[in-house]
Design a protein. Structure first.
Length: 225
């Protein structure tokens, strides 16, 4: 299926999730995760009217950057090794995977201007996932105050891979509660307005629970093409 057709279906689901909960569809940014697909398919996403692309590896992003340059708004969503920061820093608008001070320091050092970062939280405390534990997040964000190029734009999580709606809702609710807590400190470098949560199999639930950014790969651009 063409990206445009898939995007139409997803927009309908977003609309429904918003209607259910009294939200507006324009509060939700759709990030097309293009990590499995070709540059051509990423271009097709742009042609369908999608503005935001997400990549989880620097090689994948740089390959597409060669062609697409700054036409999309780039989101780096994967685990980021400190030594790779310099490869992507002047190309990305958002980094969704800030999870340690050494990474924040490197971003701060390499950036020429402020970088919007999301703190990755391992809400479900799965061994297989990166991110800080919920109870570590406040202290971590407070420790970033002297890094003038770091903006804490929001929080990001990956929910457990499950169809159990209750488990998913619980995960998303915990991230939203954590955002409220962060915002209560009124730190000027941490507006923390974004909630990056929801992927192909759970984005509708994430939106019902307050997601402002959904990261959709398989359901939007497909696994191949
Ligand atoms: C791959 C990936 C996604 C998209 O996953 P799909 O299930 O294909 O929608 C979202 N977020 C992160 C961090 C990813 O690595």
């Amino acid at each position: 299926m063409r990206v445009a057709a898939k995007y139409e279906l997803i927009r309908q689901q977003i609309h429904e999730a918003c209607e259910k909960t009294g939200r507006k569809p324009d509060e939700v940014t759709v990030i097309a995760v293009t990590k499995y697909v070709s540059t051509q398919r990423a271009q097709e996403a742009l042609d369908a009217g999608i503005q935001h692309l997400g990549e989880n590896r620097d090689e994948g992003m740089l390959e597409k950057w060669e062609v697409l340059q700054d036409k999309p708004i780039w989101h780096f969503i994967g685990t980021l090794q400190t030594r790779k920061v310099k490869n992507i820093i002047d190309k990305v608008e958002y980094i969704h995977s800030l999870d340690r001070l050494s990474l924040a320091q490197e971003i701060n050092k390499r950036a020429n201007s402020k970088v919007k970062c999301l703190v990755q939280v391992n809400v479900a405390e799965e061994d297989s996932k990166h991110g800080l534990a919920v109870e570590e997040v406040i202290d971590f964000i407070k420790s970033l105050g002297s890094l003038e190029n770091i903006i804490v734009a929001g929080l990001m999580t990956m929910a457990p891979f499950t169809d159990d709606e209750e488990v998913l809702r619980d995960c998303f609710q915990k991230l939203r509660e954590l955002r409220t807590q962060v915002q209560s400190f009124h730190l000027d470098y941490a507006p923390c307005s974004e909630l990056s949560m929801g992927m192909s199999n759970d984005f509708a639930i994430a939106i019902e629970e307050g997601a402002t950014m959904v990261r959709i790969g398989t359901a939007l651009v497909g696994e191949a093409g």
